[in-house]
Each structure stands twice: as structure tokens, then as C-alpha cells.
Design a protein around this ligand. Sequence first.
Ligand code: SF4
Length: 211
Amino acid sequence: MKYKLERPVNAAIGAGRYQCSVTWRNGSFTADEPVSQGGQDSGPDPYTLLLSSLASCTLITLRMYIDRKGWEIPEIRVDTNLYSEIKEGSTITVIDRDLYFSQPVPDDQRLRLQEIARACPISKILENQVTVRTFMQREQEQAKRILYENEEIAVVWRPELCQHATRCWRELPQVFRPKEKKWVDVNGAPAGRISEQVLRCPSGALAVEKK
Ligand code: SF4
């Protein structure tokens, strides 16, 4: 299992309504709710962000395809919107995506581009099964600690906090070996790589103590 993003998208909110600071790998921006929902409209709302992801992925995928084909299509625009309805007791969300070209495009190319848009990575994510896993990061409370160390690094594991999310051993199996009795082998990878992995433990069960 490997995450798509090297770093997670991080967001934080204080007591204010409802400005969130969203940090991505190369900067940050504000997300907010519209005034009608009690926010200040100082940034895109969560639905807009979701649709922006689809819109930008659609355009990037189409541009890559058009360039590869050498077609003369200088500009593409996309509108996206969504609605939800209840059908047979289940909530169904429908996203509509309208594509526009700045100049006439032959029918065969239009059809092909419609297929390509449907196959863009974010479309595939939205149309396939998605699971959202939520982990509660705990404060570092007094819990049983097991120490694994060598001269360079000391890794502490608090079994009571471990949520068995499998992240550590799926991403760094040469160090985290759940079938072994001494399950953390701090000699299995460079100390820097182990530290990086420990920071990704969603429960806070793993921690590094600097040597
Ligand atoms: S990543 Fe953390 S929570 Fe997940 S299995 Fe490893 S120690 Fe446990």
C-alpha cells in the first residue's frame, strides 16, 4: 500500500466560524463555509473543493490526451455541480460535468474526449468504492511502553494505543514485522526512514526518541 501523496493534506480549524487552514505540499489556502451557512465565504467550501478536484483532474487528463494526439483544441472548460436525492431509502449523489470547447471539435474527437473524461483518475475514485478510515490521534498518555533501539534510534511502541491500522508494516515491512515476537527491527532500515514511518502512525502508538 502506498499513498498517492508524499505528505498528507493537513487542515486545522480554531474556534472561529468556519475558516480552515488547508496545507498542501507547496503552500496553504483557506476553506470556509458560505455566509448562508454561518461562515464568512473567505475560501472554497468543502463541496466546491470536491468538485474542483474533479474539474481539474478532468481538464488535466484531457489536455494530456489532446497533446498526445496532436489535436488542435486550444481551450477546454468544465462546469461541475452535484445534487443528492433519496432513492429507495438510500442517499444517491449525482455529479454533473459539462465540457465546453472554445471552437468546433469533430464528433469522433468529442466522443473520445467524453470517454477520456470519464476515465480521469478522480472520476474513477468517485465512481468506485471509497472507504474513509478515521483514526483518533491520542495525546501521549501514560501507557505501557516497549522500547526498540540501536545506537542511532529508539522507537517506542505503546500497544494500548495501537489501532492495528497496518500502516507501519505495509509501508516498511523490513522494520515492522507483526508476525515476529520482537516485532520492530530498528536495524531493518536507515534511522531517518524509520523516523519518517513512525510519524505516519495514525494512532500515536509509535514514537521516536532521538538518540
Ligand atoms: S501504524 Fe501505528 S496504529 Fe498502525 S499498526 Fe503500526 S503501530 Fe499500530
